[in-house]
Design a protein around this ligand. Structure first.
Ligand SMILES: NC(=O)c1ccc[n+]([C@@H]2O[C@H](COP(=O)([O-])OP(=O)(O)OC[C@H]3O[C@@H](n4cnc5c(N)ncnc54)[C@H](OP(=O)(O)O)[C@@H]3O)[C@@H](O)[C@H]2O)c1
Length: 290
């Protein structure tokens, strides 16, 4: 039986843009009360206004997910304003296109702080409330979602650190699913493929150059609202992993096969490296290389 989401609160990090913002809108449309967080408060306030204009309930908190106390305060805000918490979506994250050996220790730690520990910072306090709640006869005590990625299964060259953070979220999510299932809590890892968000703009800012690695053909890019609607469907009927749509299923299958055949994975990814080296050489020839 599908879970009735009407009136149920969800807390979402990284909701000032992209997948998080689209998920907040989709959840509000499904009748959920939405608590949203990120660093850009102006964007969050606009989103709250948009949701309220359509009759929904929303609150916003400005935070950096690296700050565990701020994450706890965000969950407390959700519970005090909406009375409980049904779901938490650890979605905030970023990537960088950089060769692994060129990445500083600090850069690597920073990425884990946001993508991995930032997820745990919001999931832990949410779970405390979920575990303290009485389990309804039919339904769940709560639902934890991690926004991982398709690269959780297979690392892309120049995205080694990012892939590692996404794999860490995935592994932890899969373990937590089995640990929390007996207590009436669902855990889902969400695995978007290339999605049209600010993600790649942020990659360019952080990498200090325009994108050199071409990994997702435009035709394969998904819209954030498409991913968001499937996430709402997953909140109604929880599942362990969400790979959005037919393309997501295709990528999931492809990556699973490639993990069994590392030589085939190398063969297909080597082309990506060659193209990037060519792009870099062309940029160098134009005098644009840093
Ligand atoms: N787009 C893709 O192709 C793709 C594919 C697979 C997985 N994903 C995953 O999807 C998730 C959402 O990304 P997106 O595609 O929607 O990109 P996006 O539009 O850049 O959104 C990223 C969100 O994370 C927030 N964020 C970043 N660092 C933060 C921090 N330190 N503290 C709090 N919030 C922070 C940003 O808000 P502020 O800047 O306002 O803080 C923003 O709201 C990420 O976890 C990403 O890894 C994306």
């Amino acid at each position: 039986m599908a879970i009735d989401l009407n009136g149920k609160p969800i807390a979402i990090t990284g909701a000032s843009s992209g997948i998080g913002a689209a998920t907040a809108v989709a959840c509000a449309r499904a009748g959920m009360a939405v608590a949203i967080a990120a660093r850009r408060k102006d964007k969050l306030d606009d989103l709250v206004e948009r949701i309220e204009k359509h009759g929904g309930r929303a609150i916003a908190a400005e935070l950096d997910v690296r700050d565990a106390d701020a994450c706890r305060a965000f969950i407390e805000l959700c519970v005090s304003r909406f009375g409980s918490i049904h779901a938490v979506y650890a979605n905030a994250g970023y990537g960088e296109e950089i060769a692994m050996h060129a990445m500083s220790d600090q850069g690597l730690r920073d990425m884990f702080e946001v993508n991995f520990f930032g997820s745990m910072n919001v999931v832990r306090p949410a779970l405390e409330h979920m575990l303290a709640a009485t389990q309804p006869e039919a339904g769940l005590r709560g639902h934890v979602l991690f926004c991982s990625s398709c690269v959780a299964r297979l690392a892309l060259p120049y995205y080694g650190a990012y892939s590692a953070t996404k794999a860490a979220q995935h592994h932890v999510g899969r373990a937590m699913k089995l640990e929390l299932e007996p207590q009436g809590i669902a855990v889902t890892t969400v695995h978007p493929i290339g999605t049209r968000t600010e993600f790649f703009q942020q990659v360019e800012v952080r990498s200090g150059h325009s994108k050199l690695l071409s990994h997702t053909p435009d035709a394969f890019l998904q819209r954030p609202d498409y991913v968001a609607n499937l996430t709402v469907r997953c909140l109604r009927r929880p599942r362990a992993e969400l790979w959005p749509g037919a393309s997501g299923t295709f990528v999931r299958f492809g990556m699973s096969v490639l993990t069994l055949l590392p030589w085939l994975a190398d063969l297909s990814l080597r082309g990506m490296v060659d193209r990037r080296l060519k792009n870099y050489a062309a940029r160098e020839a134009r005098g644009e290389a840093s």
